[in-house]
Design a protein around this ligand. Structure first.
Ligand code: DLL
Length: 433
């Protein structure tokens, strides 16, 4: 089912007209209402009149995460606080957290884009959904909640955690859809196995997973463990939360509702657009947002984009799975390393678990050392030092052939790497960079 066929299957020219009209209104709106953008535009000598069509978007400046942090908590809002209905906060690793304010129109938009995403993933009105994303300041729980209500689903607002209770609800209520982080879906499978849960009692057919990077290999693990179709949903608090893009059942990229989130993919060095199919940083402009509209927001997420029509009938552009982050990317001895590259190698090796951690340290001689902690399956864990060493060497050789740098592998016993009910922490960078 397509939630809004008229807009999701729109032809390119009509879409451009809508985008152009909305961008012009956005430029006017931020100049009239946001002190931050008013100053930005005037510093650059731009006025809303310079924006005549969507192509003029490149005349506008980028907005960076630091702009939001510097305007903490509310200075980037374009509406008075009394018109902001909801506030979310995304945890950052450094400095002030990022605050996102939603007007009533934004909440309606959010419900709408998630309803589109849910339909994309195969949900139909009347389905029951178990929402096991965290509810609260994180956007996952409430976002999926609002969209599910809009589509006419029955929502079980479990939030994350209390895994045994999640499993009881699964068995007793028989929801068709699960929504949570991919790492939590794996963790739930582990607890289910340990506690003797009968997987025939699982009614989940569709999983809507996102909020953290996950590879095709993890998709296979989850699909195998739960016997479901695992789909990818993407989003970030600054733009709206989940619902910025979602896969359809064909799993050939994540559809972006480009009538409301205008996407650009730019080269990391030159900031110029890359060609379709080439990877670069995703830049988003939420052209209809009211409470906290942003212009050309640099997401730091690396994707490629495909503008062709999907076989599902939707004409919306599709982004690839997130290939990494410009800042998650660790640079070890000059080589760019994305955790996802290591994950792909590990999961292709029989005996490893989808639980790993990368530790980067700077040695006394100034060289960086990358250590990969890998969990083994119970059946592969042996007391024989020789066979473990042999296994470590094999993994390290395979990673080296992909990354072209040497890594140290440390095999650890099953269940020693911390599990996550939300986003998992894959990289520990101990260097003082
Ligand atoms: O994670 C929103 C969300 C909730 C998306 C639930 C999907 C499902 P933030 O906490 O602000 O918002 O984190 C946003 O998480 O810039 C990406 O780097 C990463 N991320 C989100 N979805 C995916 C995904 C939510 N499907 C940041 N694949 C983003 C890879 C993702 N990374």
């Amino acid at each position: 089912m397509i939630f809004n066929e008229k807009i999701e299957c729109i032809n390119k020219e009509e879409l451009r007209q809508i985008q152009s009209k909305r961008l012009k209104e956005l430029a006017q709106r931020v100049c009239d209402n946001s002190l931050f953008y008013k100053k930005r535009f005037s510093d650059l000598g731009i006025t809303p009149k310079d924006i005549k069509s969507i192509d003029d978007i490149t005349k506008l400046p980028f907005t960076e995460k630091d702009n939001l942090r510097d305007n903490y908590p509310f200075n980037i809002f374009s509406q008075p606080l009394e018109d902001i209905r909801e506030i979310h906060v995304s945890s950052g690793t450094t400095g002030n957290p990022v605050v996102a304010g939603y007007s009533q129109e934004d909440l309606d938009l959010w419900a709408d884009v998630i309803a589109r995403s849910l339909c994309c993933a195969g949900a139909v009105p009347g389905d029951m959904i178990q929402v096991a994303y965290g509810y609260g300041l994180f956007t996952g729980g409430l976002g999926l909640h609002y969209g599910s209500l809009k589509l006419g689903l029955t929502v079980i607002p479990c939030s994350s955690g209390q895994t045994k209770r999640q499993l009881k609800i699964l068995k007793d209520f028989k929801p068709r859809i699960l929504a949570c982080t991919p790492s939590y879906a794996l963790y739930m499978a582990e607890i289910a196995k340990e506690s003797g849960f009968d997987f025939n009692d699982s009614s989940w057919e569709i999983g809507i997973f996102g909020a953290e990077p996950w590879s095709e290999a993890i998709r296979k693990e989850i699909e195998k463990a739960w016997g479901i179709s695992a789909l990818d949903i993407y989003g970030l608090s600054e733009i709206i939360g989940p619902g910025v893009a979602c896969e359809c059942h064909l799993k050939k990229g994540l559809h972006i509702p480009a009538d409301v989130f205008y996407p650009e993919v730019i080269d990391l060095k030159t900031s110029k657009p890359v060609l379709p199919g080439e990877s670069g940083e995703l830049v988003l402009t939420p052209i209809t947002k009211m409470g906290m509209p942003l212009i050309r927001y640099r997401t730091r997420d690396i994707v490629s984009i495909d503008y062709s029509r999907c076989e599902c009938g939707r004409t919306s552009p599709r982004i690839s799975k997130i290939l990494g982050r410009t800042d998650d990317m660790i640079i070890v001895r000059g080589i760019n390393v994305f955790p996802s590259q290591i994950e792909e190698v590990l999961l292709a090796i029989e005996g490893t678990q989808p639980h790993y951690q990368l530790i980067v340290e700077r040695e006394k001689n100034g060289l960086d050392k990358l250590e990969v902690l890998v969990e083994l399956k119970d059946s592969f864990f042996s007391d024989e030092v020789k066979s473990l060493q042999h296994f470590e060497n094999r993994i390290s050789k395979e990673i080296e052939s992909v990354l072209s740098i040497g890594v140290k592998i440390r095999l650890v016993e099953p269940k020693t790497i911390e599990r996550s009910e939300g986003k998992s922490k894959r990289v520990i960078d101990k260097r003082n960079l």
